[in-house]
Design a protein around this ligand. Structure first.
Ligand SMILES: [Zn+2]
Length: 662
């Protein structure tokens, strides 16, 4: 077996039927993800709205209030400088941001998904009021951007490279789709359809239209969602145009810069790799630039590959997937090591303490991986989706749902702690909306097949071949690998059930109605395929062995040389000061040490900890100096590790993923 899910070969088969995620309301999740989703529904969703208000976002979008733009800023950056600084204009009393529509869009989306789980009339009323503001703000021709209308009037469509204009539209579209599905209220959806129609009248391949696309991808995947919910092909075609046009010469961002009287070479980030527009997307073979932008682009490409059966996009995506997963991904599923470009640097450069690994980037990897599954079940993508979900993305949200990380390092001296809010608040609503919609990542549906990508207590309802089916999973996953699935179709119905067999599982067994089935015979691309006429009460039992693993990094990763990480099932572990006597950098885990798993129901919301005999460098005899001829004495100790996602939920202290290997 391989411990690294990324090493699975790409499937050579033709794309299978298109698989679509089950809509959020069709899946009830309990257990591990139920607890996370409850934290978002009961705390995070309200907190996001409150923080948006405190940040004075509503003053930017509400046309009935004076424009914050009338406050003379004491610092007025150029577009390039604005991008570098997150476009912060600080006036005497008001701060505005060019991307605030996106934060409100994601906040609406998080609220919408949370309303499925828990009624919250107070929050719903507040969101309705925000939507009303957008309704009043929208211009006659459909245009809608609080930044360009209220802060930079007269400059719309002049700087797609830097100013997040279409990115903001995309997040409002995603919010609109989710809110419509959650509440049945169409107002924001209608607003965003009008705006999308306006965008299509300004940008596109037809003569007379601008040949532009956004410097921050997002609109592409959002338009796919809009097309799916409205049934309007024109939105899908516009998404495809943005994908196809990206990086084509003559370069739109050059021409656009000249048109506004700027020198294209004065671009702050120097290279269009920053926004993955350095080459047409089908020619790209390296993950480059800003990590969140990259993940959103690849997500949109995967959607278009699925919808149009476009193999040229699929081939490019597989190359990019290989590059990310074999050379540029943290073991936590985090990505983008550098704060400088919030993104990728060079192959195998994966520093631990200074890892940027933005929460949004790991969330974006979940989005991308889940969309690769649209082309058919393949554990090459699902295993890493799971890795990013359970580790590098939800580490960005405190267990109670109230505090956040922007960066997700793999080592801390105790001063990297969660915050209430951020000047650039992209991460909190991003992890919020992902967790609140987790049910749709569990299952995807094709014409005559259902795929189960994730395991855990949950109930799914779906129609297959016109027959309503209820499918229930009972499992203590991720703490235990036993999964009991009950299938209850209203009438017997034939379809294929695809079950993921994770790469981390050293052995797995399958039973159908109590009878053993040879898994190997029916497994391809890491999924077991069971085709039969299902009838009420059919039971499938999957037992996944969940060994504790020592994981090592490729020797090219200099920061992990001589180090070992621990995993169990989908979880990557770390040691934290609270559970360990020694300073963490002094610890060595001997290769011969037995590692034990312990249930700790009272700890961190209920986890399984790992513990082992270890050695620690003793401090005795070093009082007089920094260097000496003799190595430090070694004392026996015990180390205890917790799941990485749960770190920094107690008193601040050191944390370490990669332990010294002895
Ligand atoms: Zn972020």
């Amino acid at each position: 077996m391989t411990a690294s899910p990324s090493l699975r070969p790409a499937t050579k088969k033709k794309p299978k039927l298109a698989f679509r995620p089950l809509p959020v309301p069709q899946v009830d999740v309990q257990g591990f993800w139920g607890d996370r989703a409850d934290a978002v529904a009961t705390r995070t969703a309200d907190i996001l709205y409150d923080r948006c208000v405190e940040a004075r976002m509503l003053e930017q979008i509400d046309p009935d209030r004076p424009s914050p733009g009338i406050v003379i800023p004491f610092h007025s950056p150029s577009p390039d400088e604005a991008d570098r600084q997150g476009a912060e204009f600080t006036g005497s009393t008001v701060t505005t941001q060019m991307f605030w529509d996106s934060d409100l869009g994601k906040t609406i989306e998080t609220a919408a998904y949370s309303l499925y789980r828990r009624k919250n009339p107070g929050l719903e009323k507040k969101i309705d009021a925000v939507i009303d503001m957008y309704g009043r703000l929208q211009q006659e021709d459909g245009y809608l951007s609080s930044w360009y209308q209220r802060i930079q009037p007269g400059k719309r469509w002049t700087n797609l490279r830097d100013c997040h204009e279409l990115y903001c539209a995309g997040h409002l579209i995603e919010g609109a789709v989710a809110y419509y599905q959650a509440t049945g209220k169409r107002k924001l959806l209608d607003i965003m359809c009008r705006y999308a129609d306006h965008i299509a009248s300004v940008l596109g391949p037809e003569p007379g239209k601008k040949k532009g696309y956004c410097g921050h991808e997002e609109i592409e995947l959002a338009l796919v969602k809009l097309a799916r919910v409205t049934g309007e092909r024109k939105y899908m075609d516009l998404a495809k145009y943005f994908i196809d046009q990206r990086g084509v010469e003559p370069h739109y961002f050059d021409e656009e810069a000249r048109a506004r009287g700027a020198d294209p070479r004065a671009y702050h980030f120097k290279t269009y790799e920053y926004s993955q527009s350095h080459r047409p997307v089908r020619e790209q073979d390296k993950v480059v630039g800003h990590a969140v932008r990259a993940m959103y682009l690849y997500s949109g490409m995967a959607d278009i590959a699925t919808e149009y059966g476009d193999d040229s996009l699929r081939v490019a995506l597989d190359r990019l997937w290989d590059d990310l997963t074999t050379k540029n991904l943290y073991i936590t599923g985090g990505l983008g090591p550098s704060a400088h470009n919030e993104g990728f640097t060079s192959d195998y450069d994966l520093p631990n303490e200074s890892a940027y690994a933005e929460t949004c980037a790991a969330v974006g990897l979940v989005f991308w991986a889940s969309r690769m599954l649209g082309m058919g079940p393949n554990a090459r993508y699902a295993d890493l989706m799971e890795r990013a979900l359970y580790n590098g993305s939800i580490s960005g949200l405190s267990l109670d749902g109230s505090l956040f990380f922007y960066e997700n390092p793999l080592e801390s001296r105790g001063r990297h702690n969660r915050w209430k809010w951020h000047r650039c608040p992209c991460c909190p609503p991003n992890v919020g909306r992902m967790v609140a919609s987790i049910g749709s990542y569990f299952y995807s549906l094709a014409d005559d097949a259902l795929a189960i990508h994730l395991y855990g207590d949950s109930t799914a309802r779906f129609d297959i071949a016109g027959t309503p089916v209820r499918l229930t999973q009972a499992s203590r996953y991720p703490w235990d690998g036993a999964v009991e699935i009950t299938i209850e179709p209203q009438a017997p119905v034939e379809f294929t059930l695809h079950l993921r067999v994770p790469a981390w599982s050293s052995s797995a067994t399958l039973q159908i109605n109590g009878e053993a089935v040879d898994l190997e015979d029916i497994t391809s691309d890491g999924y077991a395929a069971i085709r039969r006429a299902w009838k009420k009460g059919d039971r499938v039992r999957l037992d996944l062995e969940m060994p504790i693993e020592r994981l090592y990094a490729n020797p090219e990763v200099r920061q992990d040389a001589g180090r070992v990480a621990l995993s169990r099932g989908p979880l990557i572990y770390c040691v934290e000061a609270s559970d360990n006597d020694s300073r963490l950098h002094r610890l060595t885990l001997p290769r011969t040490a037995d590692i034990e798993a312990h249930e700790a129901p009272e700890l961190l919301g209920g986890v399984v900890t790992l513990s082992a005999k270890a050695r620690a460098d003793a401090g005795d005899g070093w009082q007089d100096g920094l260097y000496r001829r003799e190595p430090p004495a070694s004392v026996e100790t015990r180390l205890t590790a917790i799941p990485y996602y749960a770190w920094d939920n107690r008193e601040p202290g050191e944390m370490l993923v990669w332990l010294r290997d002895g």
